[in-house]
Design a protein around this ligand. Structure first.
Ligand code: FAD
Length: 489
């Protein structure tokens, strides 16, 4: 059997392990941590369970597909349900909006409560659908960097329709033209943050993201986000994939074959293991800096601006808060100021947008009786050596003040346990350079073309998957990176 080595058990690493096994490879996976999942991990604290990273689940079909590929019934391993309510939005002026999965209901709610019409929402989401139609075959499901991708008729058709993807104005500018009410524009501007970008700089092409939620739906895994990791891990183990935890890979080794460089194996704990192909699931920045030290690195790519990071408070909270749902956003009063703080000043504004995710609303076992598990997150800049300890203290105060202003609740006294994740710990726990959540930012119209390809053009047999390479960050795109590699075999 040919052999594949995969470095990292992020979601794309596990997906690649499953795919290569199905292709007939013997697969071994090496993971630096004691646990699988990378960013898609969990935290257990004093009777509370928290998903450590991702909280919003879209495009579950990409997970199901992996079970089907292996000839299994997905529901025997992994169950999820569609959400009727996607998110609750709270504004400083007292406006509350509920984003219903039922589009007409959502559009009517906006018409009733704001100065925007239902028609504006429909027109916007129609544009979102058009952008998806043009981009998904070219940018998302195939390699942008292989000639053969362009030999498909549907790819070519998409290339001819590039004018429709709204790449030459910013998302914020586009949304201002779509919506009469700036609070509704703000609601849709937030989607830039789904890949760690700034709506005041990123192209309006990112308006494709709402299509994922409002067309395909938003979901919750019945056992929490971490069950995406554990169920795929179970499948991979059943297929015979061998996992080595607590095993940090130190080097990818190459050999010269004729006039070609070829990936030969890896070095870890002073051992060497050879393989026919190697797939690195690490952040591409660290793959070059640490594992490919003896090979030339693509300098431009490594110098690009990183996506934003996050500051998260995992709070076990006494009491029940019916005004909150599974996903809640407490918007900053001045969104532009908040993004200027993150992107220009590389700091945290005094009035950040606060995201509160409470899985115990759906999964009762995630918190003890009479309690809720609050995952409270704000967007922050990637780590450039800021004074994080001071910034965190100040942000915590500002978040608590905001909750008290917007929800009218003093919750500090009800916090029974707390854990904190910041850009430094995101880097140390998941190997993400500067703690950025999604690799490089998408703050300019060429960023999709500037992401690293899923293969090495210099070293044969070396591949890259995960949120820092093509097609991008987030669970669905990370899973697609594994699927794109699969197309080479
Ligand atoms: P990663 O999760 O980055 O894992 C890489 C793995 O490689 C890690 O396990 C690491 O330990 C391992 N590794 C590193 N170096 C080595 C080495 N030398 N040797 C061996 N192993 C090594 N996405 C969504 O879809 N929805 C969301 O709501 C969402 N919210 C997020 C919130 C937060 C706080 C974070 C952090 C991320 C969020 N994301 C979200 C993004 C999503 O989590 C990532 O895009 C995705 O999980 C990345 O997966 P990956 O395959 O790139 O691997």
């Amino acid at each position: 059997k040919p052999k594949a080595i995969i470095i990292g058990t992020g979601i794309a690493g596990i997906a690649s392990a499953i795919r290569m096994t199905v292709k007939g490879y013997e697969v071994e996976v090496f993971e630096a941590n004691a646990y699988a999942g990378g960013k898609l991990a969990e935290i257990n604290l004093d009777g509370f369970r928290f998903d450590a990273g991702p909280s919003l689940f879209t495009m579950p079909q990409y997970v199901d597909e992996l079970f089907k590929l292996a000839g299994k019934n997905p529901q025997d391993y992994f169950q999820y349900e569609a959400l009727d309510e996607i998110c609750r939005y709270f504004y400083e002026d007292g406006l509350k909006l509920t984003a219903h999965a039922d589009l007409n209901k959502f559009a009517d709610e906006i018409e009733q409560k704001t100065n925007s019409s239902a028609n504006e929402v429909h027109q916007f989401l129609n544009k979102s659908k058009i952008i998806y139609g043009v981009t998904h075959k070219v940018f998302l499901e195939r390699s942008l960097h292989r000639i053969k991708s362009y030999l498909h008729w549907d790819t070519l058709k998409s290339v001819f329709r590039f004018g429709q993807i709204d790449a030459f104005r910013t998302q914020a500018k586009a949304n201002k033209s779509f919506f009469n009410d700036e609070r509704v524009a703000q609601l849709f501007n937030r989607y830039a943050t789904y890949n760690g970008s700034n709506p005041y700089q990123a192209p309006a092409t990112l308006n494709v993201i709402p299509h994922f939620e409002y067309h395909f739906g938003a979901f919750i895994p019945k056992k929490g986000m971490y069950s995406i990791t554990t169920s795929l891990l179970k499948l991979a183990e059943e297929l015979g994939v061998k996992f080595h935890f607590n095993t940090k890979v130190e080097e990818i080794m190459g050999t010269v074959e004729g006039r070609e460089l070829r990936a030969q194996g890896i070095r870890y704990k002073n051992q060497i293991q050879n393989a026919d192909i190697i797939i690195s699931n690490l952040d591409i920045w660290f793959t070059y800096k640490n594992l490919l030290k003896n090979f030339p690195a693509p300098k431009k790519l490594l110098q690009q601006e990183r996506s934003s990071s996050a500051l998260i408070f995992y709070w076990g909270i006494k009491g029940n808060y019916p005004e909150l749902g599974l996903h809640n956003i407490l918007f900053a009063e001045n969104y532009h100021t908040e993004f200027n703080a993150i992107w220009k000043d590389k700091t945290i504004d005094h009035d950040p947008t606060v995201y509160i995710n409470i899985t115990s609303k759906h999964i009762k076992t995630d918190a003890p009786d009479g309690c809720e598990n609050w995952f409270v997150m704000i967007n922050v800049p990637a780590n450039n050596g800021q004074q994080w300890n001071e910034l965190i203290l100040e942000a915590r105060r500002n978040i608590l003040n905001k909750i008290s202003r917007v929800l009218g609740k003093e919750i500090e006294k009800n916090i029974v346990c707390e854990q904190i994740l910041d850009p430094r710990s995101i880097e140390s726990k998941t190997g993400s350079y500067q703690g950025s959540l999604y690799g490089n930012s998408s703050n300019n119209q060429f960023s999709a073309f500037l992401r690293h390809p899923n293969f090495s053009s210099k070293i044969k047999g070396l591949y890259f998957c995960g949120g820092s390479v093509h097609p991008g960050g987030g669970i669905p795109l990370a899973l697609l990176s594994a699927k794109i590699i699969d197309q080479d075999f």
